[in-house]
Design a protein around this ligand. Structure first.
Ligand SMILES: [Ca+2]
Length: 261
């Protein structure tokens, strides 16, 4: 629009300039009329005396036009240079407890105990057997075949075990029976506390046995003997058949430091 206006104004100015130059040239070519002939133009003269007026001054600039429409979206630019790493952050809060781990492997065996304490522990054990059959009743059976009697707490001459350390003891016997019925008892201080009875069958060989746990005081005696009549004594032993009697201290009542071993 502005371009069109500029073009029109340029044409008008060019026309005016050409007309002015033409008038000036005509004035210079024609002789100047005497002043006495000059008079006020007669408005009533014929139209062929009319001359075009001077073009007016250019008008004011118009109002700015409206904004044009948005252009198309451009292409993406090139990738920028990576920035410098940021500063290290503050340490975070402490996390919660984790789950319980699996069970560990067993530890190594401990060190060997003090030899001195072991040596002071009370010891009492015996294991004895018969060398021949026994038929006498109501007397202690004397086991004269010694398997173990290191502390000599069993009297192989009298047939009785003598308690040296008060505590709990274990006794057991395994007897071969031949050739008659047999009744045997375990005695503690002249009182029978355990009974075993075997009925013998002809042309056979039997075994009778028993076990017991007793609390004993120091000085108590324990032994085996046939009870009743002598016909009930069939405890037998030879080179291929043993009859045995054994016992040992299971645990003492109290520390036995300083006691006789
Ligand atoms: Ca039997």
């Amino acid at each position: 629009m502005n371009l069109l206006w500029t073009l029109v104004l340029s044409l008008l100015l060019a026309g005016q300039l050409g007309f002015t130059l033409e008038v000036e040239e005509k004035k210079a070519a024609e002789p100047e009329e005497p002043v006495a002939h000059a008079s006020k133009p007669d408005d009533r003269q014929a139209c062929h005396m009319w001359m075009g007026g001077v073009p007016g001054t250019p008008g004011h600039s118009g109002l700015p036009g409206r904004d044009g429409r948005d252009g198309k979206e451009g292409l993406n630019g090139e990738k920028g240079i990576p920035g410098e790493p940021g500063a290290k952050g503050e340490p975070g809060d402490k996390g919660g407890d984790g789950p319980q781990g699996p069970r560990g492997f067993p530890g190594n065996p401990g060190l060997k105990g003090d030899q001195v304490e072991s040596a002071l522990a009370p010891r009492s054990a015996f294991s004895v057997g018969l060398t021949s059959r026994v038929s006498a009743a109501n007397v202690p059976i004397c086991f004269d075949k010694l398997f173990y009697n290191e502390q000599r707490h069993y009297d192989d001459a009298g047939g009785k075990f003598l308690c040296a350390f008060p505590g709990v003891y274990f006794f057991t016997y395994h007897l071969t029976i031949y050739p008659r019925d047999t009744r045997v008892s375990l005695y503690r201080n002249d009182k029978a506390v355990m009974f075993t009875f075997d009925q013998f069958q002809e042309n056979n060989l039997d075994q009778a046995s028993g076990s017991i746990i007793l609390r004993l005081e120091a000085g108590d005696k324990v032994w085996l003997q046939v009870y009743g009549e002598e016909k009930h004594g069939g405890i037998y032993a030879d080179n291929t058949n043993d009859s045995t009697f054994s016992g040992f201290l299971l645990y003492p009542d109290a520390p036995a430091t300083g006691q006789r071993r």
